[in-house]
Design a protein. Sequence first.
Length: 188
Amino acid sequence: MAFGDSLTAGYGADPGQSYPDNLQRDLDKAGYSYHVVNLGISGETTSDGLARVDSVIAQKPSIVILEFGGNDGLRGVPISAARANLDQIMARLVAAHIRILLAGITLPPNYGREYIGQLQTMYQSLATKYHVPLIPFLLEGVFEHGLFQQDGIHPNAEGYAMVAGTVLRYLRPLLTHAAANHPTHRAD
């Protein structure tokens, strides 16, 4: 299950071009029997994610790719508040025995080195606390190759495909583990 904000929802992409759509195609090509569900909603913050986490848990996913925090950062929400919300989301997912792949983001340099550093530290410390894998920067490679829409924030179609590749690289160890225990299991 891909659970997050506009980067997960595929803001600005044509239908079928979000990173979860690309991830599904990549998983299928690699022979994995998983079904990716896109629960991304544009504009959401960690508090919105916290409000929706119980509905995610109710769907009983095996793995959640958790991507929140960018909108908190863009709105200048105190990192302590974003961290508390993300911490609660992760605690609920772990309590429900759902594995997590945490996806980190960063902000444009004009947000200041200290604030950006606190945001990055938030992801690292939560990944450590819950012993979950962390994608340090979800948009890895997208910036370097200029694969953005005109807003300079959201990837274009090629960028979303690159994001899916990044996600799959970090997701593979979780999939291998799931496949070993449940060879015919389909996971959301």
